[in-house]
Design a protein around this ligand. Structure first.
Ligand code: KIV
Length: 298
């Protein structure tokens, strides 16, 4: 392509992914990719890979902040990290995950906290966990102009109540409840829904039933899209490896190996070499040495 003067025209910036784009992708049978990120550096890499959606997940609590569950994560934690993500990546749709306690007390509480993601952190949308019990909240948020992604199945904020990170909706009755909840969330205005740790046939039936895209994590290949936790994908989180998490690279091992090399080179005196050191003019050095010698002699 050339511009009006015959020179090479600048490549147009890739178009921002929007909420309607995701719904259109489902309609057009195009699969959606979503990845978590928690800081500007990784957000940039996720965007460069062409991923459609970045979720600033409350998994932050486990993979970055070192908590055993997502429960202790606060709204301030989330806003701080979400703002960093939006400084690193603009093209993907950016979603802030509402942490435990930020939306359960009342829809107005939820509205106030969700607005922080949009106003202070540059997020495009938010995500809440739960089924029928959050339908009213989803209705309030969407009625007030906030795009909401829902999340059913294994909802990690309820890990104590669920008795651990277990597969959900394994009986016909529980699966029916999950699908009914998903339909109610869609009717309340959710634009998409995460299905976590549910049998693949249940996710397939939910996906068929809904007009909004389903994003699976441990929910089989028939969802409209897939999400994984970045630190699982890159081998940066060793403590807990769910069956559904695929490690595409072992960056953790590469990091340890690089740091071992640094440790050894510093101890043996082979780092830094001249390549990583600064020099000064010979005349300045001589002058410095003379002044130090004079001081010592006096
Ligand atoms: O917090 C998170 O990372 C999530 C994804 C697992 C969907 O909710």
């Amino acid at each position: 392509m050339s511009d009006q003067y015959g020179g090479a025209a600048p490549t147009p910036a890739p178009k921002k992914v929007t909420v309607p784009d995701l719904v259109a992708m489902k309609r057009d049978g195009k699969r959606i990719t979503m990845m978590t990120a928690y800081d500007a550096a990784f957000a940039r890499l996720v965007a460069e890979a062409g991923i459609d959606v970045i979720l600033v997940g409350d998994s932050l609590g486990m993979v970055v902040l070192g908590y055993p569950t997502t429960v202790p994560v606060t709204m301030d934690d989330m806003v701080r990290h979400a703002a960093a993500v939006s400084r690193g990546a603009t093209r993907p749709l950016l979603i802030g995950d509402m942490p435990f306690g930020s939306y359960q007390a009342s829809p107005s509480d939820a509205l106030r906290n969700a607005a922080r993601f949009l106003k202070e952190a540059g997020m495009d949308a938010i995500k809440v966990e739960g089924g029928a019990e959050v339908v009213e909240t989803v209705r309030t948020l969407t009625a007030n102009g906030i795009a909401v992604m829902a999340h059913v199945g294994l909802t990690p904020q309820r890990v104590a109540q669920l008795g651990g990170f277990k597969v959900q909706a394994k009986t016909a009755r529980a699966a029916r409840r999950l699908i009914d909840d998903a339909v109610a969330l869609e009717e309340a205005g959710a634009f998409s829904i995460v299905l976590e740790s549910v049998p693949a046939p249940v996710a397939a039936l939910a996906t068929e039933r809904l007009a909004i895209p389903t994003i699976g994590i441990g929910a089989g290949v028939d969802c409209d899209g897939q999400v994984l936790v970045l630190h699982d994908v890159l081998g940066l989180y060793g403590e807990f490896k769910p069956k559904f998490a695929k490690r595409y690279a072992d960056i953790g091992a590469a990091v340890t190996s690089a740091l071992r090399d640094f440790d050894r080179e510093v101890r043996e005196g082979s780092f830094p070499t001249d390549e990583h050191s600064f020099t000064m003019k010979e005349s300045e050095l001589l002058s410095l040495q003379r002044s130090l010698a004079q001081q010592k002699a006096s």
